[in-house]
Design a protein around this ligand. Structure first.
Ligand code: ZN
Length: 306
């Protein structure tokens, strides 16, 4: 039987701040003691989940199949940051909208730059004014640097979880070593002369440098500036001159430009590459590891045989 006193207690419990209720062990929350982490985009969130495991609750501001270069934050994002204990950003100029959002949110979370320690690639594209290329995660060796930074940040924020974070990170780093070897082995199946690819924006510079594939793009390292008629003409003449067999669309950019380039040059659409965002759980790239595997499969399928 529910008494009046029970009702008063229930009412009081509902206004206790969530953190306090958890500390008292009173709240029947689904995730009572999890460390709240916010990552700026889906790929980073996946890396955090792999290191954090069951101890963390991870949210991504920019979700699957969405473009983080030109993201417009929402009031919900500010609330997520305010509630977070740890915020993980890519850095290298990727999230130009983040500083204002952090200030607006008033968050006191630890801020972690996942790319800290990566050797930045400078963009040679005139759109980018020699700025840094932010897509460092496209080399698995760099993703391992991200994982080390994430592990250290989680240990600092939640020392009680140190053993778990270290064990998770060690296991995941071994997975990434195997992935790196797998990517290298797969690329060797493509004759060197055919390792040339066109994508919409210049998101694969680190992949190119790590694995020996040339990528050309009418857009620079950000999607903010649109490709000019001159950029498109330059790409079309390169495709013809170098007999580039296939062009690839991306999940975060409008496919129409490359479809037009394909029609004008006769280059095939080789498939969709995932550069800056994962797919949802039912898509072909729901995790970082699956994304890299998917991209390499697409490249090999389009380029390995003439
Ligand atoms: Zn990008």
């Amino acid at each position: 039987m529910i008494t009046r006193r029970d009702i008063l207690m229930l009412a009081a419990a509902s206004v206790v701040p969530a953190g306090l209720a958890r500390a008292q062990g009173g709240a029947a929350s689904a995730a009572p003691d999890k460390l709240k982490v916010v990552a700026t985009f889906s790929i980073l969130a996946d890396l955090v989940r792999n290191v954090g495991g069951a101890r963390v609750e991870v949210a991504a501001l920019v979700g699957p199949n969405s473009d983080a270069h030109v993201y417009a934050p929402t009031p919900g994002d500010a609330r997520a940051l305010a509630a977070a204990r740890v915020v993980v950003v890519n850095g290298l100029g990727f999230e130009g909208w983040m500083d204002r959002l952090v200030k607006a949110s008033g968050t006191r979370a630890a801020m972690v730059v996942a790319s800290k320690g990566v050797a930045p690639r400078r963009s040679e594209d005139e759109h980018d004014h020699g700025g840094a290329d932010p897509h460092a995660w496209q080399s698995v060796a760099n993703a391992k640097i991200y994982v080390g930074n994430i592990r250290d940040a989680l240990v600092a924020a939640d020392p009680a979880g140190e053993a778990a974070y270290r064990a998770n990170a060690a296991g995941y780093l071994a997975t990434l070593d195997a992935l790196d070897a797998e990517v290298r082995a797969a690329i060797t199946a493509i004759p060197p002369a055919r390792r040339r690819i066109i994508t919409t924006h210049d998101a694969f510079g680190y992949f190119a440098a790590a694995y020996g594939v040339d990528f050309l793009a009418p857009q620079g390292v950000s999607t903010e500036a649109e490709a000019s008629a001159r950029d498109v003409a330059r790409i079309i003449s390169q495709i013809r001159k170098q007999k580039i067999p296939a062009v690839f669309i991306e999940n975060v950019t409008d496919p129409r430009l490359l479809e037009r380039i394909g029609r004008e040059t006769g280059a095939r659409i080789g498939g969709t590459l995932y550069s800056d965002a994962l797919t949802g759980p039912d898509g072909p790239a729901p995790s970082y590891v699956e994304m890299m595997r998917h991209n390499v499969r697409q490249l090999v399928a389009a380029l390995a045989v003439g």
